[in-house]
Design a protein around this ligand. Structure first.
Ligand SMILES: *[C@@H]1O[C@H](CO)[C@@H](O)[C@H](O)[C@H]1NC(C)=O
Ligand SMILES: *[C@@H]1O[C@H](CO)[C@@H](O)[C@H](O)[C@H]1NC(C)=O
Ligand SMILES: *[C@@H]1O[C@H](CO)[C@@H](O)[C@H](O)[C@H]1NC(C)=O
Ligand SMILES: *[C@@H]1O[C@H](CO)[C@@H](O)[C@H](O)[C@H]1NC(C)=O
Length: 508
């Protein structure tokens, strides 16, 4: 009881006061878990790790219950009490330099979801995937970092150690996504794997079930609290509060009997992502697997029937082409070029008041650029880069531009931004898999997908709020391994028309 109130006081102090005072408190504490790990042969027993797990869960539960996320959970930030004092087996979580609020103190609501892909804060080795991707921090992120901390302490190493260079965070995040809980925990006790599986699949605003998570580890901990390697009073208190001390749980069983939808798990896949918008009935036509030499005949025939190109994409160096009667454009030109993208040609067309209306890039670096007259754009700018150019997009947003088309060629991104694009706001969803949760949250806030592109590693979706809302805001998406030709016809029957399409990384 006394120990619990000390750590409670400590957390309140650190949250209420400055980091300086916390540093003073740190001076009064003992070694960190990293020090303990290092001085005990760079490995820890299952029981030690289980005790750390349950006690750190109780510490995080306290911190979270005050509305804060720690933001930098790692072995270096857990300290033990001073050696040879009654606190020497007591765990403390320090360094609140990256703490943020997950709950608004004014209205008690969960903070709003957002993603700013260049906003990484934390420690690369232990950061959650969502933190790497710049998503607003929430309780799930501390738990994912705790899972990596525990696995590190037990195994002595994480598979993403040792990356160097400018894109270290990208490569580490990619590795985290590609490492299944089975692979990561193959030498760990089962509860660690169960813990990891639960926390990487949590939703943004999901309330962690701390007592359930604590109970996962109970089977690894000896019955006598007095001789445990770490003091677990805090955890005992949570179990006691819940009023049920239980044995091992079967995590597959959910309270409502429904299997929990897995967010992160799944087999990486390369697929077509297609987006459909509700529209008044109109003529639309699609072509796919189009070789360079056959492009012109499809376009010419479409033009003859009053259709213009609304969207282009590429898969296996073959083009996909969507042509509509409802683009609103008056004239259109296009160019196939061996470059991604062909600057001279684009500048020439800009001179003639054509604006880029869609682009596609092939794996071999060639590109298809479509430029149209009759758009509402007043100025345009584009960028090609080796990584997703969020910084540039963010800068252009501030200058009044919005993303109006996007494509990839191999691992390179090409993004086109236009002034007067008819959007009042725009956001990005970028992930190493199809970002379903983010898309649904954005949809709920009135955003609709307006561009998509994907590499072998990542998919990106641009979502926008139109200045003029369409009468029917219905939007649907599909992911298919083949071009969705039969699906498109089914959508047409419901007055849903292909709005954008791309081929690349998803998860099935
Ligand atoms: C880690 O442990 C080794 C061996 O016990 C020791 O030599 C080394 O100084 C320790 N490293 C740190 C940073 O404490
Ligand atoms: C990232 O790393 C890869 C090596 O895996 C390298 O080919 C690429 O050029 C790097 N990208 C950037 C933007 O540094
Ligand atoms: C937490 O999990 C336990 C065990 O599965 C369950 O009995 C309890 O209702 C859960 N609590 C919440 C708030 O969901
Ligand atoms: C890319 O591949 C297509 C189809 O195989 C081919 O026609 C084209 O010439 C290639 N382009 C480059 C730049 O290699």
């Amino acid at each position: 009881m006394i120990h619990s109130s000390v750590s409670y006081l400590f957390i309140s102090l650190c949250i209420g006061l400055t980091f300086f005072i916390c540093s003073k408190v740190m001076d009064m504490l003992g070694p960190s878990l990293w020090d303990v790990w290092n001085s005990s042969g760079q490995a820890m027993s299952s029981e030690m790790v289980a005790c750390i797990a349950v006690e750190s869960l109780s510490i995080l539960e306290k911190m979270h219950s005050r509305g804060y996320v720690h933001g930098d959970v790692k072995p270096e930030n857990f300290l033990l009490g001073q050696p040879s004092t009654p606190q020497e087996k007591k765990l403390f979580l320090v360094d609140l330099g990256l703490a943020t609020k997950w709950r608004d103190s004014a209205n008690g609501q969960h903070v709003e979801y957002d993603q700013r892909p260049d906003m990484f804060r934390g420690t690369v080795r232990y950061a959650s995937v969502h933190a790497h991707l710049g998503r607003t921090a929430s309780r799930r992120d501390d738990l994912e970092s705790l899972a990596y901390t525990l696995i590190f302490l037990h195994r002595g190493r994480l598979p993403w150690q040792g990356y160097q260079g400018d894109n270290k965070s990208f490569l580490v995040c990619k590795k985290k996504m590609a490492t299944s809980p089975e692979m990561l925990c193959c030498f760990c006790p089962t509860p660690l794997k169960q813990f990891l599986e639960i926390v990487v699949n949590m939703k943004f605003d999901e309330e962690p079930n701390y007592s359930k998570l604590i109970s996962l580890f109970e089977g690894l901990i000896g019955p006598n609290p007095a001789i445990r390697p770490i003091n677990t009073d805090g955890a005992q208190k949570i179990i006691y509060q819940v009023g049920q001390k239980r044995g091992r749980l079967n995590v597959e069983e959910e309270e409502d009997g429904q299997p929990k939808k897995k967010v992160r798990l799944g087999i990486p896949a390369t697929q077509w992502i297609s987006v459909y918008n509700a529209r008044l009935p109109m003529k639309q036509r699609y072509h796919y697997n189009v070789a360079d030499g056959r492009l012109a005949q499809h376009v010419d025939r479409g033009n003859a029937d009053g259709l213009l190109i609304s969207c282009v994409a590429s898969c296996s160096n073959l083009w996909a082409l969507i042509m509509d009667a409802g683009t609103g454009f008056t004239h259109q030109v296009y160019e196939l070029s061996p470059f991604f993208l062909h600057k001279e040609w684009i500048m020439e067309q800009w001179e003639r008041n054509f604006y880029i209306s869609s682009i596609a890039g092939a794996n071999n670096g060639s590109s298809l650029v479509v430029m149209s007259k009759g758009t509402q754009y007043t100025q345009q700018s584009y960028k090609v880069s080796d990584s997703f150019p969020f910084k540039w997009i963010n800068k252009k947003w501030r200058e009044g531009f919005h993303v109006t088309s996007m494509a990839t060629a191999g691992s390179r991104w090409g993004v086109v931004m236009s002034r007067n694009a008819g959007f009042s706001d725009q956001v990005v969803e970028l992930d190493f898999l199809y970002p379903s949760e983010g898309i649904h949250r954005r949809w709920d806030s009135g955003y609709r997908i307006t561009s998509t592109a994907a590499t072998w590693d990542q998919s990106a979706l641009i979502l926008s709020v139109p200045k003029r809302k369409p009468g029917d805001e219905t939007q649907e998406t599909l992911r298919t391994s083949q071009f969705p030709s039969t699906h498109v016809k089914e959508k047409w029957a419901k007055n849903l028309y292909l709005a954008c399409v791309c081929y690349g990384r998803t998860v099935s």
